[in-house]
Design a binder for this molecule. Structure first.
Ligand SMILES: Cc1cc2nc3c(=O)[nH]c(=O)nc-3n(C[C@H](O)[C@H](O)[C@H](O)COP(=O)(O)O)c2cc1C
Length: 185
């Protein structure tokens, strides 16, 4: 079983990173193969909404026309058994790097019916590391982005600075559980 964790924070050992690491620890404890990707380290442009109608060229051709790190990561998503998307909470919403990636992933999934992503199990983690507000708002935003991309959203885990230690414990349990039940089916 392969778990791919995509982290929209730029700090691998920050609060979101620690939540992602707890999920990874739990999954590895159940013999799951885990890969972590730190999105801000990759070059992923925002969607260009290529043509006047806004439907873009991915409507007519396979994949996205922009030549950057997007295609390779989208392929990794397609080959993982289960996905986790982690975001620091910015303004009660997703980080810009995760937004840019998911905006483009949703676009190609609208047109490439057999890209291996539709129906794949995914969960979200949103960490409000400042005052602690906006984690559930961010979770709602992430849940909608994942749903409209075609994922089977099996859980959303909001966390805030004040409860992060408890949520890390929960994430270890969820990681081990994911290794056994990669899909909600
Ligand atoms: C632009 C920006 C907006 C932020 N908005 C919020 C917010 O709405 N609520 C909150 O609790 N923290 C907010 N924070 C704090 C981040 O959630 C916190 O820095 C982050 O969880 C910690 O970053 P890390 O997880 O990458 O270590 C914001 C931080 C930045 C940089």
């Amino acid at each position: 079983m392969k778990l791919l964790i995509i982290n929209g924070s730029r700090n691998p050992s920050g609060q979101t990173g620690s939540a992602a690491a707890a999920l990874a620890d739990g999954a590895r404890s159940a013999q799951c193969d885990v890969e972590m990707v730190l999105l801000p380290e990759l070059k992923i442009e925002r969607c260009r909404q290529c043509n006047a109608q806004g439907w873009g060229l991915c409507n007519q051709q396979k994949g996205c026309v922009i030549e950057d790190d997007f295609a390779a990561l989208a392929e990794k998503v397609g080959s993982a058994d289960v996905l986790a998307f982690a975001s620091p909470v910015y303004y009660g919403d997703l980080s810009e790097s995760l937004r840019a990636f998911l905006d483009r992933l949703r676009r190609i999934c609208t047109f490439e019916k057999n890209n291996g992503i539709k129906g794949k199990a995914a969960l979200g983690i949103c960490v409000a590391g400042g005052g602690g507000g906006g984690a559930t708002r961010c979770a709602a935003s992430l849940e909608w982005a994942l749903t409209t991309t075609g994922f089977d959203v099996i859980d959303m885990i909001p966390a805030r600075r004040q409860n992060l230690e408890m949520k890390r414990e929960l994430l270890r349990t969820v990681g081990a559980w994911l290794a056994e039940k990669p899909s909600s089916a």
